[in-house]
Design a protein around this ligand. Sequence first.
Ligand code: SF4
Length: 372
Amino acid sequence: MLEGRELAAFRKQLLGWFRQFQRDLPWRRTADPYRIWLSEIMLQQTRVAAAIPYYERFLERFPDVHALATAQQEDVLRLWSGLGYYSRARNLQKAAQQIVAKHGGQFPARLEDALALPGIGNYTAAAILSIAFGEKLAVLDGNVARVLARLGAVRGDLRESKRWQDLQKTADRLLERQSPGDWNQAMMELGATLCTPKSPQCLLCPVMQFCEGRKLGIAESLPEKRKKRATVEVTLAAAVFTDRKGRTLLLPPPKDAGEKASADHVPTLVSKMWHFPTLSVTGDPAAILLAFLRKQFPNVQITKPQLTPVGKIRHAVTYRAITILPFLIGLRTLPRASGAKQVPLGDVSSLPVSNLTRKVAQAVLALVPANR
Ligand code: SF4
């Protein structure tokens, strides 16, 4: 652990490097907590380059907390569509509503208040409060943990509770207290640009002389591999109705029943968004789907020969390896169902849909032109 002069030199070198070489990113040109918060949420599961256009479009439509708090959830999800992990967008809006109701529309500067908002955990709170308000809070996420593990030659699974707590203590001790926002961003920048998961560029690193992992020649092998959760195979069958105008039928976002999601929980797999009639299947998928559709749409006569299989689609959601079997069902008029909508098959993204639903639509469109 660095101390005294060494610690001072470490801080100076890393901060100096960051201030000279940091990437010009849109959320670094603002001190507005709302914008910083949005960027932190978007970047949780998304690469910087992919997040930038979403970030800019989102702010054009919702330039402040009030605009987001009063928006239709559907509009928020539509602008998030494609980024995945949609609970982030739902929580973002819920938090905006709480900020308006409880904090006069200002992002709270107190840690306890920030942590009480939906979707904000220790890492996000520390990032926002240090960058926007200069609070002396050190961030720790997977990226920063990797850097710290290499600097200190820390072995083992970093996510194990005790080891993670120790890493947080190390991050707290290293924090440069005059500029905590810049410091946190410098640590993240190092992890994102030089101390990357594969092939760290140690020769360009501003703090290489302090790095135990490099000295021992083990930097690249750190952090050590985590035990991976076993992959679970899930098979879904999806009904893609089409009428003569090339329209299809989407069911509304499933209500959150609060149940614990099993591996084949369809609402989870469609990210609780608009979706084709879908169910988990084993055995004869066409027969199971047919029985499901007859129950779901009792007024429509559907027979097995009307179900045209459209191959197999592969999709992954966390530990699940999903095979989707879409079935095209051409009808004169689309079935009616409570809350369902009819949209052009070539334009399912006019509603908030998950990547899974988009993939199904694309597979069917490859087989049938959108406007027959
Ligand atoms: S010297 Fe290499 S391993 Fe160590 S912090 Fe720098 S980039 Fe990472």
